[in-house]
Design a protein around this ligand. Structure first.
Ligand SMILES: Nc1ncnc2c1ncn2[C@@H]1O[C@H](COP(=O)(O)OP(=O)(O)OP(=O)(O)O)[C@@H](O)[C@H]1O
Length: 617
């Protein structure tokens, strides 16, 4: 039995020795040393591997746990931060809302105005594209040989200022040349002095006594003075003198010139300035001691062949409207190689709406440094600033507030119902003897008024943009000569036209922009004479325009009719200062509701639409 049991045990010994569940644990079978060593090694190795695996697994589990923990923490942190930011934003928002609620409507409007101004500021400098592209920037003014007489040079700065104060001249800029109270001290040639005297121009007007010495000194200038105050002479005389000096140095021959150019926004104004210059140049040459200076009129609607006699000689002065001038320059009919004087009349209009690109284009034809002069009766603050940045060491000469009405005009504003206007017009015409100008904003209305007056036996001519050049010229000529008593005009005739002794201006429909009103009433009360302006307003006149008008009347010390007195300024009701609009100069509104800006926007949109449509006309 024992033997069989032993055998059984021995047989089983071939099976693994370490686990014999149903056997006696005390029995240790014999295993050879080498095999045991092998087994031990294998066992150790397997233990090691398991431990490594376990450790690895444990580590993985720890890592995983840590990852989850970290993610959780991050999520919590993010949520906490989001909450803080949200709360901060809410706090800022509610703080701003609280501040806003504290702000008056005026302050809010001022903020909007500031934003609009910022946008306007981004306009490119007024310089030629060539100059801008090449980075050409002149820092010195144009050199001239002119200087004031010694006794004036020896005056102190206080003495100069005293003279300016006497004539209510405001100046701004560096090294301002002195004001000069007599033409003779400006060293104006004798024949011109005599001619001026013969035409009752004996002493310079305020804009002339500061503007002419400034321009004679070669300085860039922004000249602002009320309508009819003699700005034309202030910018033409310096050019005539410059051309005279050039011609005396070395006579100009065919193909040479011009020395300078005067740009005008309308053909009529260009024509008038041209005629003035021709008269002054002829007066100069009359004594036989001074050369004949040649002037070219360069405007649309006329044949340039008519002036071939001017083109066949050296050219000194060109008076032009932008479109025709660009055409002539592009066709190389003359060049600006020696041109060093650029003046813009009614400059705010020239560099403001519509003409800005043309002006840039014209500037790109200049080949050398130029003297730039900008003149107008209305020059809103924004345009002044823009222009100042574009000129070289400019001097601002300001007589009265830019955009203010001429104080020699008696302004009467009447409430006339639309349907009663025509009949009342006849009555109004009886106020003064002729000549009278009637303004309307609408071309059809201009024609209707003329027709009505002709029917009533009034000698009336009409002028507006849709008339042919011949019709326009005929109207102006016959009115100027006194052959016709009344001229009915759209805005075209308002800017700068100088008609003799207009007694009465009737504004049949009030223009939206107060600047236009200032120019229109300015056709009377010129060169120190007095005149009347009657303006019809009614329900159709926008309230804002009426407010501008009200303030303008108050500023000029004119009677404000009761229906205007009752119009309240919303800005006044909200408290705050009543600053004028720096875009159009109107005193009754801010920039955010400026009719001029709105008009500009409308035009821009229309031009975009035109471009989209192929831009045809
Ligand atoms: N120093 C002067 N003394 C008297 N009259 C003058 C003087 N200078 C110019 N004038 C006359 O004053 C009138 C108005 O001049 P001008 O047309 O130059 O005015 P303006 O300031 O250009 O007006 P606007 O802004 O309407 O164009 C002209 O008839 C001109 O002959």
């Amino acid at each position: 039995m024992e033997t069989s049991s032993k055998r059984r045990r021995i047989q089983r010994s071939s099976s693994p020795a370490y686990k014999l569940d149903d056997e006696d644990d005390s029995y240790d079978p014999y295993i050879p040393v080498a095999q045991r060593r092998q087994q031990k090694l294998a066992k150790l190795q397997s233990w090691g591997a398991n431990a490594e695996q376990r450790a690895k697994k444990q580590q993985e589990e720890i890592d995983e746990r840590e990852d989850v923990q970290r993610e959780e923490e991050l999520r919590r942190e993010k949520a906490r931060m989001e909450r803080t930011l949200l709360m901060e934003a809410q706090e800022v928002h509610s703080k701003r809302a609280a501040e806003d609620s504290k702000k008056t409507e005026t302050e809010k409007a001022e903020e909007v105005d500031a934003e609009i101004l910022e946008a306007i500021k981004s306009r490119r400098k007024l310089a030629s594209d060539m100059e801008l592209a090449k980075g050409i920037h002149y820092t010195d003014s144009l050199k001239t040989s002119w200087q004031p007489p010694k006794y004036i040079r020896e005056r102190s700065a206080e003495q100069h200022q005293k003279i300016r104060d006497k004539y209510h001249i405001l100046v701004d800029g560096e090294d301002i040349p002195p004001p000069i109270e007599h033409f003779v001290d400006m060293k104006v040639p004798e024949p011109i002095l005599e001619f001026l005297k013969a035409n009752r121009i004996v002493v310079p007007t305020p804009i002339q006594l500061q503007g002419i010495p400034t321009a004679f000194s070669g300085r860039d200038i922004i000249g602002i003075a009320f309508t009819g105050s003699g700005k034309t002479l202030a910018f033409c005389l310096p050019l005539i003198m410059m051309a005279l000096e050039e011609e005396m140095k070395l006579p100009y021959i065919r193909g040479e010139g011009p020395v300078g150019i005067i740009l005008c926004p309308s053909r009529e104004l260009a024509n008038q300035t041209y005629e003035n210059i021709v008269t002054w140049c002829s007066a100069l040459a009359k004594d036989g001691k001074h050369p004949q200076l040649n002037t070219l009129l360069c405007i649309g609607g006329i044949s340039m062949n008519e002036q071939s006699h001017v083109m066949s000689k050296g050219l000194h002065i060109v008076v032009a409207t932008p479109g025709r001038l660009i055409d002539m320059l592009e066709k190389k009919r003359f060049t600006f190689n020696n041109c060093k004087y650029l003046c813009m009349d009614e400059a705010d209009r020239m560099i403001d709406l519509g003409f800005e690109d043309d002006v840039r284009n014209i500037m790109s034809f200049f080949k050398r440094q130029r003297q730039t002069l900008l003149f107008s009766a209305t020059m809103p603050r924004k345009i002044q600033e823009f222009a100042q940045e574009s000129l070289i060491r400019p001097i601002l000469v300001n007589v009265g507030r830019a955009g203010a009405a001429n104080l020699d005009v008696l302004q009467v504003v009447e409430y006339v119902k639309q349907e009663a206007k025509m009949v009342y017009l006849l009555e109004c015409l009886q106020k003064t003897p002729p000549p009278v100008i009637i303004f309307s904003e609408n071309k059809n209305e201009v024609d209707d008024i003329q027709e009505y007056l002709l029917l009533k036996g009034v000698e009336a001519v009409a002028i507006h943009g849709s008339k042919s050049q011949e019709e326009r010229q005929y109207a102006i000529k016959s009115f100027k000569s006194g052959a016709k008593d009344v001229m009915v005009a759209s805005g075209v005739a308002s800017k700068g036209l100088d008609f003799n002794d207009i007694q009465h201006v009737i504004i049949f429909s009030m223009p939206k922009e107060i600047e236009d009103y200032v120019h229109q009433i300015g056709r009377t009360g010129r060169s120190g004479k007095t005149g009347i302006a009657t303006t019809f307003v009614n329900m159709n006149t926008p309230e804002q325009t009426l407010l501008d008008l009200k303030y303008l009347l108050m500023e000029a010390g004119q009677k404000v009719p009761p229906f205007l007195t009752t119009i309240d300024d919303p800005r006044a009701a909200q408290g705050g200062t009543l600053k004028g609009c720096s875009v159009c100069g109107g005193l009754g509104h801010g920039i955010s509701n400026c009719p001029k800006l709105e008009d500009a926007k409308r035009r821009e949109m229309a031009s975009h639409r035109g471009a989209d449509d192929g831009g045809g006309y």
